[in-house]
Ligand binder design. Structure first.
Ligand code: UDP
Length: 430
C-alpha cells in the first residue's frame, strides 16, 4: 500500500502555476490559501492509486461529481481512475427497485433480479484494479464487487462505499440485503447525518459539492442564455417569470407536486414552468415517469416539459441562470445537487424538506423548505407567489444562497474531505 508522504515545503505556489491555470482558477471563489492547502495534501498523497467505480458515466449526481473530481484528484498528484460497470435491463430494473426500497418505497424484489445482481457484479469484477490502494464504490449497484475480491488483495486495499441516496434508516425494506454487504467495507460515506445507519462499518459524512468552473455551473453570457431559451421556445423570463425543476424523471423527485403548485399560482400571476430532465443509463424508470408526466401536462398552458439527451450541461446551466425560482420538491433526496446548482446561480430555491435538501437550505434565509408530497403543494404555491410578488426579497435570498454554496458546497472542500479520509485510512488513523 502506498505510504503517505510528508509534504515537502512548497515553493511559493504562484511561482509554479500561474493564477489563471489549474487549481488556482478556483482561488477566485475560495482564496489562495485553500488551494495551497489542497496542493500540500496532494503532495502527501502523491502516487496513491485510487479507483472510483460507479454505474453511469453520465446522468444524475454521482456522474456529475465524478466528472469534475477525477481531473482534480489527478492534478493533485494521485493516480486516479474511474470505471463504470455495465449491466442489462434486468440488472438495472433490479437495482432501481432496490434504490426505491432503500428510500422507503414498498414493492417486491424478484429472485431473478437478485441473481442478476450477483452475476453482474461478478462479471464486472474484472474492472477492479487489484493494485489500487483505495477503491471507492458509489451506490448499491456496484456494491457487490467487494465480495469477489481475493483475500490477499482485500487485506492490502481499503474499500469505501459511498452512498448518494437518502437511506430510510427506519423503514428501509432492504437493510437485510445491504447491511451485511456494506459491513465488508472499511468505511462508508453518507451525504447527511440523517441517512447514516448504525452499521459496523465506520461512517463518515461528506457533503457533496459542485464544480463552479464546469459547463454546468460556469457563468454564462446573456447571449448564451438567450440562445438556449430560444432553442427550446421558452418566453423571456423578464416578461413571464420562469420557474424551473431540473431532475431525472424519478418518482421521488416530486414533479407532480411542482405542476400542481404551479397551476395554483398561475391562476393569479403570469409565469411559466419548466420541467427539464434526462435519462441516466442506470435508471430504466425515467421513460415511464416521463410518459406519465407528458400525460399530466398535456394541454396545460405555460408548461414546458423537456427530455434532454445526455451531455446537456450547458443547456441546464442556461435554464438555471435564466430562472426566477428553482423548485426541487423531492420526497427523498440523498443531497440534491440540482438544488446546489440553483443556489449557486443566486436563485431562491424551494425544496422539499427531505434528506440532503435540508442540509443546504435554511428555511426562509437562503431558500425555502416545504413539506414533501401533496401536503406541501399549498405551501409551495404560497412561497412561489410570495417570491414572484417580491423580486427584491427573491434577490436577497438568492444572494445568500450563492454565498452558502461558496462557503460549503464547492468541489475544493469536497476533495479536501475525501483526501483527508483517504489519508486517515492509509495511515490507519481514522
Ligand atoms: N442533470 C442533468 N441532466 C438532466 C437532469 C439532471 O445533467 O437532464 C444533472 C443535474 O444538473 C444535477 C444531477 O444531474 O447535476 C442530479 O443530481 P441530484 O443530486 O440533484 O439528483 P440525482 O439524480 O443524483 O438523484
Amino acid at each position: 500500500m502506498a505510504a503517505v508522504k510528508k509534504a515537502e515545503p512548497r515553493k511559493k505556489a504562484g511561482a509554479e502555476l500561474p493564477n489563471d491555470r489549474g487549481l488556482f482558477r478556483y482561488a477566485q471563489f475560495v482564496g489562495e490559501q485553500k488551494i495551497e492547502e489542497l496542493l500540500k495534501l496532494g503532495e502527501e498523497l502523491r502516487g496513491v492509486n485510487l479507483q472510483q467505480v460507479s454505474s453511469a458515466r453520465v446522468g444524475g449526481g454521482v456522474a456529475e461529481m465524478l466528472q469534475s473530481v477525477i481531473p482534480m484528484e489527478q492534478e493533485l498528484g494521485l493516480d486516479v481512475s474511474w470505471d463504470v460497470i455495465t449491466g442489462d435491463h434486468h440488472f438495472f430494473m433490479f437495482t432501481k427497485t432496490l434504490h426505491n426500497f432503500l428510500q422507503g418505497k414498498p414493492g417486491a424484489l424478484d429472485i431473478i433480479g437478485s441473481k442478476m445482481y450477483w452475476d453482474t457484479n461478478r462479471t464486472n469484477y474484472k474492472l477492479v484494479n487489484e493494485r489500487a490502494d483505495v477503491i471507492i464504490i458509489h451506490d448499491p449497484q456496484p456494491a457487490g464487487l467487494i465480495t469477489y475480491a481475493p483475500a490477499e488483495a482485500r487485506e492490502r486495499q481499503k474499500w469505501v462505499w459511498r452512498c448518494h441516496i437518502q437511506l430510510d434508516t427506519e423503514l428501509c425494506l432492504m437493510m437485510d440485503f445491504l447491511k451485511p454487504l456494506i459491513e465488508l467495507y472499511d468505511a462508508a460515506i453518507f451525504s447527511s447525518r440523517i441517512c447514516t445507519p448504525r452499521w459496523r462499518t465506520a461512517p463518515f459524512v461528506i457533503l457533496p459539492y459542485i464544480d463552479p468552473l464546469s459547463d454546468k455551473n460556469r457563468r454564462l453570457t446573456e447571449r448564451e442564455v438567450r440562445a438556449v431559451l430560444n432553442k427550446y421556445g421558452i418566453e423571456d423570463p423578464a416578461k413571464k417569470p420562469l420557474i424551473t425543476l431540473v431532475s431525472r424523471f424519478d418518482p421521488f423527485k416530486g414533479h407532480v407536486y411542482a405542476v400542481n403548485a404551479f397551476m395554483e399560482v398561475r391562476k393569479n400571476l403570469p409565469c411559466q414552468l419548466l420541467l427539464v430532465g434526462g435519462t441516466a443509463s442506470d435508471d430504466p424508470e425515467n421513460q415511464i415517469i416521463f410518459g406519465q408526466l407528458t400525460e399530466k401536462v398535456k394541454g396545460l398552458p405555460d408548461v414546458h416539459l423537456i427530455n434532454l439527451p445526455p451531455y446537456n450541461h450547458l443547456d441546464i446551466n442556461a435554464f438555471q441562470w435564466a430562472s426566477n425560482i428553482i423548485l426541487q420538491p423531492s420526497l427523498k433526496e440523498g443531497f440534491g445537487l440540482a438544488v446546489t446548482e440553483g443556489m449557486w446561480k443566486a436563485k431562491p430555491v424551494i425544496g422539499g424538506n427531505a434528506g440532503g435538501i435540508a442540509s443546504q437550505i435554511a428555511d426562509g434565509y437562503n431558500g425555502f423548505l416545504v413539506t414533501p408530497g401533496e401536503r406541501g403543494v399549498a405551501e409551495m404555491a404560497e412561497r412561489l407567489t410570495h417570491l414572484l410578488l417580491h423580486p427584491t426579497l427573491a434577490g436577497v435570498i438568492g444572494t445568500r444562497a450563492r454565498e452558502s454554496v461558496r462557503e460549503r458546497f464547492l468541489i475544493t472542500r469536497g476533495v479536501w474531505d475525501e483526501l483527508m479520509l483517504i489519508k486517515g485510512m492509509l495511515q490507519n488513523s481514522l
